[in-house]
Design a protein around this ligand. Structure first.
Ligand code: GYE
Length: 307
């Protein structure tokens, strides 16, 4: 018989490609840009048809995208949930349609663990704890109060909730450490700068900034410099992600330490997608590997950074 022409839905042999519907959070950060590229490259390499949708950090957009994927009868649905709550209804719809769901990067809060097949991503509590551990060690011999400002990620998102918890549980049990300001900067540079500017107006005595991601830290560095202060000297900064810009800022002495969060999970995601399509067993939780980099290691690592 005649082969169907290879189009977007078929491979070179005319066979139907696996269709993966993926709802991305948005394009809020350097981490996210690297994550999107990793997902797109890996889907291509796997020979899947990727239906990619950007939710612009809005839950209603993600719910609408998932409903569209259900209507389109995709083989597997993946999404990186912007917030932890409010997913049960749409996930029940996916389950009723027999479409397996994979959570990538961020977890959700639900009583019903049958609503998704697996979750691949980082342990954000661990990342917050590592940031806190650095601070505890760095200030071991401090005699006075250490005033901390915290730039939080998107309100209600797993990384914002868990990084805050990991960090504060580690640090605030010691009465020398005082949290003087905390507010969301929505994981963006612009908001990080805006909120840090407000922090600096309200508090003259901030010693430490904990930023839930590098982009907010980069925005805050601008705010600190515009206020006539020296990041890395007047205010020491710890952040999370490990994007190139943050490594450069460490080399420049402006950030003290970065806890790595690995966005390059595309290949692992596609392995899981293939297994779900084949109805093979998958682990309920797949954790990404990551490290902690202090500024003395930044120059050596900078050329190796892929994002
Ligand atoms: O840290 C931040 C991004 O969910 C781990 O989202 C991700 C976080 C990441 O906007 O930069």
């Amino acid at each position: 018989g005649k082969k169907a022409p290879a189009g977007s839905g078929t491979d070179a042999n005319g066979a139907k490609k696996l269709v993966f519907g993926f709802s991305q959070v948005g394009s809020e950060s350097g981490w996210r840009a690297a994550n999107t590229k990793s997902i797109q490259d890996a889907a291509k390499a796997a020979g899947f048809e990727l239906k990619f949708s950007d939710a612009q950090q809005k839950q209603e957009n993600q719910i609408a995208a998932i409903r569209t994927f259900i209507q389109q009868k995709v083989d597997v649905i993946g999404f990186s949930p912007v917030v932890v709550t409010g997913w049960d209804t749409v996930l029940k719809e996916a389950k009723a349609a027999g479409i397996p769901v994979i959570l990538t990067d961020r977890a959700i809060d639900t009583q019903d663990k049958t609503l998704y097949k697996t979750f691949i991503g980082s342990d954000f509590v661990k990342e917050g704890t590592a940031a806190g551990q650095w601070l505890v060690d760095a200030e071991k011999s401090a005699t006075g109060t250490v005033n901390i400002a915290e730039l939080e990620g998107t309100t209600g998102s797993a990384p914002a909730i868990d990084r805050k918890k990991g960090f504060e549980d580690m640090v605030l049990k010691d009465p020398r450490f005082k949290l003087v300001a905390d507010q969301t900067g929505d994981f963006t540079r612009a908001k990080g700068k805006e909120v840090m500017t407000a922090f600096l107006k309200a508090h003259k005595d901030i010693n430490i900034l904990f930023a839930h991601n590098d982009d907010m830290a980069m925005g805050a560095i601008q705010a600190i410099e515009e206020a006539g202060l020296k990041p890395g000297k007047d205010i020491r900064i710890v952040s999370i992600d490990g994007v190139k810009d943050a490594f450069q800022a460490m080399v420049d002495g402006k950030i003290e330490v970065v806890v790595e969060c690995n966005p390059l999970i595309g290949p692992q995601v596609m392995d899981l997608v293939r297994k779900l399509k084949d109805k093979a067993e998958v682990p309920a939780r797949v954790e990404s590997k990551e490290g902690v980099f202090t500024k003395d290691k930044a120059a050596a690592e900078l050329p190796n950074r892929q994002y």
